[in-house]
Design a protein around this ligand. Structure first.
Ligand code: SF4
Length: 264
């Protein structure tokens, strides 16, 4: 059984083509900008939800996450298989951090491969290597998050060291895996002159090529979730940025030789 908190159909920003994205619960990081704070706990949990009817509002319990078997998830994936095949799409496992439920993930990947579905993992890369190596055997593409190159800042803003993340990225490349780097662009945190320079230097210094870089503009759309769930929102005042705000940063990565998209 896996604990899933959402299944999104017709996703077009989670890898190539039209995809179905399976969101799995549990994440070992605690990014201050997390847009799915309800996904971090590995367990099924109850959060408070405000329901508005006319000018009245009511507080209701909302259950986040449900147990599903591999077959139950496969049944959901098969519904969209025709669109996946025709568009060159497939299945993306996201979270949370899907590697947190490694046994279930491995079974899901094996089931997808049996049915010729293209598999993508959207990951923080924060996992022991043995697990990641097994997962990599059945994964066609990694969407690999890079947040901050400075380890001290990474610990401050994402809650863990980035050493394992960087080591795993290099090991996956050595295995010959396809990796699309994703960088959340958070003004004043990841979107700083220093971090952009360090990230370009780091990626340029990799011995093997990555597929490309996605710059993900910060949106404060999760603010209402923090409020609803009674969680502290450290970036409460931070405003969303527009795609156009990232054109200059995009150009800098392009000048360094990377293929870059703004958004997923
Ligand atoms: S890695 Fe993703 S899910 Fe985990 S805390 Fe960071 S933003 Fe949230």
């Amino acid at each position: 059984m896996g604990i899933i908190f959402d299944i999104k159909r017709f996703a077009v920003h989670d890898g190539p083509g039209i995809r179905t994205t399976v969101f799995m619960k549990g994440c070992p990081l605690s990014c201050q900008w997390c847009h799915n704070p309800e996904s971090r706990s590995a367990d099924i949990c109850t959060v408070l939800k405000t329901v508005r009817i006319g000018d009245k509002s009511f507080i209701e319990d909302e259950i986040v996450g449900r147990e599903m078997t591999v077959e139950e998830v496969m049944n959901e994936l098969r519904k969209e298989q025709i669109f996946m095949e025709e568009s060159g799409g497939g299945v993306t496992f996201s979270g949370g951090e899907p590697l947190q439920q490694a046994d279930f993930l491995l079974k899901m990947l094996a089931a997808c491969k049996l049915e010729n579905m293209h598999t993508t993992i959207d990951t923080t890369g924060f996992s022991n290597w043995k697990t990641l190596e097994k997962v990599a055997q059945k994964t066609d593409l990694f969407l690999y998050d890079l947040k901050l190159i400075d380890d001290k800042l990474h610990k401050t803003h994402a809650g863990v060291s980035n050493q394992l993340i960087l080591e795993n990225l290099e090991r996956l490349l050595e295995l010959g895996k396809k990796i699309q780097i994703r960088i959340p662009m958070i003004p004043g945190i990841t979107l700083t002159e220093e971090n952009i320079n360090q990230t370009i230097d780091y990626l340029s210094g990799l011995k093997l090529p990555i597929e490309g870089v996605d710059l993900l503009p910060y949106h404060n759309t999760a603010a209402h979730k923090y409020e609803r769930f009674g969680m502290e929102n450290k970036l409460g005042e931070l405003k969303s940025i527009r795609k156009s705000d990232l054109e200059e940063t995009k150009l800098r990565f392009e000048k360094a030789g990377f293929e870059v998209k703004i958004g997923g």
